[in-house]
Design a protein around this ligand. Sequence first.
Ligand code: HEM
Ligand code: HEM
Length: 226
Amino acid sequence: MAQQIDNIPRRWDPIVKLTHWGIVAAIIGNALVTEEGSGWHIWVGYSLAALLALRLLWGLIGPSEARFSAFPPSPSRALMHISEIRRGEVARHKSHNPLGALMVYAIWAMLGIIIASGIALSGPPPADPSANHAQHEGEAQLAGTIALGEHREVERDDETTEDRAHEIAGEADEGEENILVEVHEVAVNLLYLLIALHLAGVVFETHRSGRETIAAMIPRWNRTRP
Ligand code: HEM
Ligand code: HEM
């Protein structure tokens, strides 16, 4: 339950801070640094999954303000929170405010979709992170297509049922992969939108409440200031 008590200093424990900034770093890494689908992209993706898993576990066993029970996803509370904003009231919350809570769950859900589609595409992380998964697959597919074309030209007249079955299976796999790539890409773009809203919300809340919202998420800054 989100508490609305004055003078509660906003504090996030080290695991919340570590997972928050680790997830931020991994998203920036995969969005701007690693090559899409490369070995590094997959390794960073798996690290992101591990950080998210740690945070979700912390939501069950961590300190009270980090627990899911401290910030339940509740549209009715979020609406009440909007009314408070309209009235200019500033209630203090020990954990995320009800609007922020919805955003947090939306970000986590989107990360879940990105991770699931990414892992379905990549399989286990490659032993050599510098190996380019997507490129290799693309090259293999291209080589396969060329070979298939040559094969067809030479043996067009006596195409066997086996050839046709392989062709259909290949097309089905490719179709499934295309859908996963599409899901991955759309979820990534929706995540960017949520991040923009999250940042706007953090700035707005900091300005409105006068609390050190951002400082509370930065290691050590909140030791002395509420
Ligand atoms: C939030 C973090 C992530 C971001 C921003 C991101 C971004 C992207 C983008 C933009 C693409 C190109 C999609 C396209 O071809 O249109 C891509 C492809 C890919 N991503 Fe991610 N990704 C993330 C997380 C992950 C994770 C967690 C994994 C798996 C562990 C993963 C595995 C892949 C793979 C295998 C591809 C290549 C798909 C293909 O065969 O074309 N990604 N990613
Ligand atoms: C990739 C970009 C980002 C993502 C995906 C993200 C995601 C999240 C998530 C999931 C939470 C909930 C934390 C938890 O309970 O474990 C959170 C909280 C928070 N984030 Fe971010 N964040 C991003 C960038 C930032 C940046 C750049 C800042 C600072 C300017 C920031 C400031 C905060 C603050 C202050 C909170 C706590 C809000 C509160 O007091 O209720 N975030 N963020």
